[in-house]
Design a protein. Structure first.
Length: 626
């Protein structure tokens, strides 16, 4: 009989909580873009888990309770008796606080508005970012020598950097690729890329960011080239490195020279700002080159075919594809090139011979003039416009969202009118997803309202539940701000979770207040009675959830950044929703039900003499009924 009575009281709240959590997460599972993919993983997982949990709570849990508690008639031990006495006094203090707010409605409203204002202020000042930076167990180093440097010279400088990296006790493996330009893409004799794998998190005392900082300090004395180091992107595939990436675009005239001038001006201004670290561009407009000035009239006069001449130069100085052949079960390419000793000096170009139409061999030195010049080694295009890629990162304590805003402000005041910029890689995704959090939160609040309106069959009662939602948001933002974290996608996922969990506490109180209102209690007395009876389950379930999430907030190792973002926000939000919101929820119920500010002292004691059994949604004709 006790189990059946308990089921009648909790069936409504359990169903409402399951529907609310599903209504919060299912809509955001259909969001598009990169953030939509991240939201979808959490949404589908939590929605399925909540449905299964609600099914178990309504079926298996009551049966198990009857079996377990059938013979539990003995009195609790000393510890539990002492705990119950202490909790009884704690409950009395809680009810005193609820009564204080019910008697001083205007003060309570002022305090609530101050809390909402603080939440809006924290939302505004909390820096934004796409995803937090992660210690992925390795970092990337890059070496750049002056343009035109030989591969042998690059290998010599790279070996010095490798020796410094291997001297780090936290570095386990070092792999170098001379001639590979990892950031710029492609191959250059004057560039090298080095991958450094750190030891396991349990075997080292520093993060990869600290290892990068130490490497930059030790390699500052290398004058032969530029040595930089950086972590990998937080999401694999979004760029080659962490930090920001943008393309500077020339939409006017001037060609590479104007592009080089504008990029140098922008980089100079970025380097002046201490909030931006290592702004650079790997594109150069004055790379040493050899220019072959062909005398086409003389070549035609001597009977030299121009295409044959170009093919000869390409086949000896570069590589020339001949054909394919099959061997050992594979297909091999045949490519022709001159021996390195015969293409090492500029004079070797003039020593090449080209056949005329009569078969006479003519040296190239008689047909062309070879001179030194300079120009861009490559010329990229972004959205079909001449562009230069610019890299950079934010200083410690500056989020990626703040860094993007700083770069935009500097670019807007520095670049000429014919130049523009476009974000790319992770920076592009971050700018594109800037409004996703507002959309997700808006959908969640709307769906919570509609589900509760259908549950209570009233448009006003869901407001009593939704007025408690800002407490969770305030607690989450306060925790993130105190810990120096940012408003990223993972934090926003935790914020959506908080909407459902904060609504859970309000639903438990409002549902039971409706039952007591239907039994003839006044709205104030019903709110107090619901607060007293639901205080313990709210506190126990919330603390269990907080302790379950706490390891995320204090975790270390792989993926700790994402876990900190989710765990810190959820823990802070649940603390506020548990220890602040529960004082205001009875007041919200009373205001929505009675729709007046003043509370009469007699309402605290208005209880029925013989409470009839009624459905929580059945209208009562007893005085003071709904």
């Amino acid at each position: 009989e006790a189990a059946l009575k308990a089921m009648r009281e909790v069936t409504g709240p359990v169903i409402a909580i399951v529907l609310v959590l599903c209504a919060v997460f299912i809509p955001i599972a259909f969001l598009g873009g990169l953030t939509g993919e991240l939201y979808r993983q959490f949404a589908v997982t939590i929605a399925i888990a909540v449905v299964l949990s609600g099914f178990v709570a309504l079926t298996l849990t009551p049966a198990l309770s009857v079996i377990i508690l059938r013979n539990q008639s003995r009195h609790p031990g000393r510890f539990f008796a002492a705990f119950n006495r202490g909790f009884h006094h704690f409950t009395r203090g809680y009810l005193a606080g609820v009564g204080f707010l019910l008697r001083r409605v205007k003060l309570a409203i002022v305090l609530y508005l101050m809390m909402v204002g603080a939440a809006l202020f924290l939302w505004d000042i909390t820096p934004g970012s796409l995803v937090p930076s992660e210690d992925q167990g390795y970092y990337i180093g890059a070496v750049y020598l002056p343009d035109g440097s030989s591969l042998k010279r690059t290998e010599t400088v790279t070996q010095q950097v490798i020796d410094i990296m291997r001297s780090d006790p936290d570095a386990e493996h070092v792999v170098a690729f001379a001639g590979l330009d990892f950031l710029g893409g492609g191959f250059r004799n004057s560039a090298a890329t080095i991958f450094v794998a750190a030891r396991h998190w349990d075997q080292r005392h520093r993060s990869t960011d600290e290892m990068v900082g130490q490497l930059m300090a030790k390699t500052a004395g290398i004058r032969e080239g530029l040595v930089i180091a950086f972590g990998p992107p937080p999401i694999f595939g979004l760029g080659n490195a962490g930090g920001f990436e943008l393309y500077l675009q020339n939409r006017g005239q001037g060609g590479p020279k104007a592009l080089a001038k504008a990029s140098e001006q922008l980089l100079a201004e970025l380097r002046k700002d201490p909030r931006i670290v290592q702004p650079l561009s790997l594109w150069r407009s004055r790379v040493p080159q050899l220019y072959i000035d062909l005398d086409r009239a003389k070549a035609k006069l001597l009977g030299v075919d121009i295409d044959t001449l170009f093919t000869t130069v390409a086949a000896t100085l570069g590589t020339y594809y001949v054909n394919d052949f099959n061997k050992f079960g594979r297909t091999w390419q045949v490519q022709m090139s001159a021996e390195p000793g015969y293409r090492a000096n500029p004079e070797d170009i003039g020593a090449l011979y080209v056949a005329t139409q009569e078969g006479v061999q003519v040296p190239l030195s008689t047909l062309a003039k070879i001179e030194y010049t300079s120009g861009p080694e490559t010329l990229d295009r972004y959205n079909n416009v001449q562009a230069v890629k610019i890299f950079g990162d934010s200083a410690p304590g500056i989020s990626s969202g703040q860094a993007l805003q700083i770069v935009e402000e500097i670019a807007d005041r520095t670049l000429p009118k014919d130049f523009s910029y476009e974000w790319t890689s992770a920076s592009f995704q971050e700018k594109r997803s800037s409004g996703t959090a507002n959309l997700a939160l808006g959908l969640a609040v709307l769906m919570v309202f509609l589900i509760l309106a259908a549950q209570y069959e009233k448009w006003s009662l869901p407001i009593a539940v939704q007025l408690a939602l800002p407490f969770g948001t305030f607690g989450a933002l306060a925790a993130v701000w105190l810990r120096g974290l940012s408003n990223d996608v993972y934090f926003q996922i935790g914020l959506v979770t908080l909407l459902g969990l904060a609504a859970k506490n309000a639903i438990l109180i409002v549902e039971y207040a409706l039952i007591k209102k239907g039994e003839g209690y006044s709205a104030t007395a019903a709110a107090l009675e619901a607060a007293r009876l639901r205080f313990r389950p709210i506190l126990m379930t919330s603390l269990a959830f907080i302790l379950g999430v706490l390891p995320l907030a204090i975790s270390t190792g792989a993926g700790a950044g994402a876990r900190h973002a989710v765990g810190t926000g959820v823990v802070g939000g649940m603390l506020a929703a548990t220890f602040l919101a529960i004082f205001f929820i009875p007041l919200f119920y009373r205001l929505v039900t009675d729709r007046r500010l003043r509370t009469d002292p007699d309402e605290f004691e208005q209880r029925p003499h013989l409470p009839p059994r009624r459905s929580p949604h059945t209208p009562s004709h007893h005085p003071g009924g709904s």
